[in-house]
Design a protein around this ligand. Sequence first.
Ligand code: PAF
Length: 282
Amino acid sequence: MKLISDPGKFIAITEKAGKLKKNIGFVPTMGALHAGHFSLIKQARKENDIVVVSIFVNPAQFGQGEDFKKYPRSFKQDTGFCRKLGVDFVFLPDKDNMYPQGYSTFVSVEPLSGLLCGHSRPGHFRGVATVVAKLLNIVLPDTLYLGQKDAQQAIIISRMVKDLNFPVKVKVMPTVRQEDGLALSSRNAYLSKDQRSVALVLYKALRLAQCMVNNGQRNAARIISRMKQLIEKNKLARIDYIAIVEQEQLKEVKKIIPGTLIALAVKIGRTRLIDNIIIEHI
Ligand code: PAF
């Protein structure tokens, strides 16, 4: 496994792989790797000749007062995981070679970026789209692997790939959960023991929604209202949003149909967690 931090050097490798007609599978990350990332890497390993993982805590996607400085960084452990999982290249750029002085170009996917998480994190998805566009141009993968836990991110990146004609296939892999249902996230590391048990309320609310749908409920407003009641029973949990939307434009729907996305963001103490489900069958 090779570690490379210079984008220019990485592009040379990418070009060589292209000439040799080798498939590249790419998993972009901000490090603090967990089983959610492992499932993406394993899938990429199954389907490609070359697997690339990037580790870059992207300053452009953190707003003022957000956790850029304290975001967990576990470089040694992360590269160890990558080695075990059979990754070929880890791309580890730093802030200065991704955004050198004079850097001026940003990618903005509108209006998707301003919805749901975009309300409380203005500029976040602009930072995500920009860094992923840059990474795609450096890594030139055949397939990009993303997690369903970040549903809005996956929708925005898929839109950008389509709109800007990036020659890459986007694969979105299912959310990985702990045994009790908590979706894996690098930010779970911020939770105290008590907060960790409160955090389960996100999944409980989604399960309640699924259960209501299974029992015949189709009215989105009624489902949101019950989810809200459930979460608000908990004093430590503060709802940022609960949304029931279609997956193309993230427009609110009144009636649940197959493919409807139910997504929520809840603050537990100072930690903001997100989760979602897609209603598959009705
Ligand atoms: O999901 C993440 O970890 C990040 O948003 C991504 C896609 C690596 C871009 O920095």
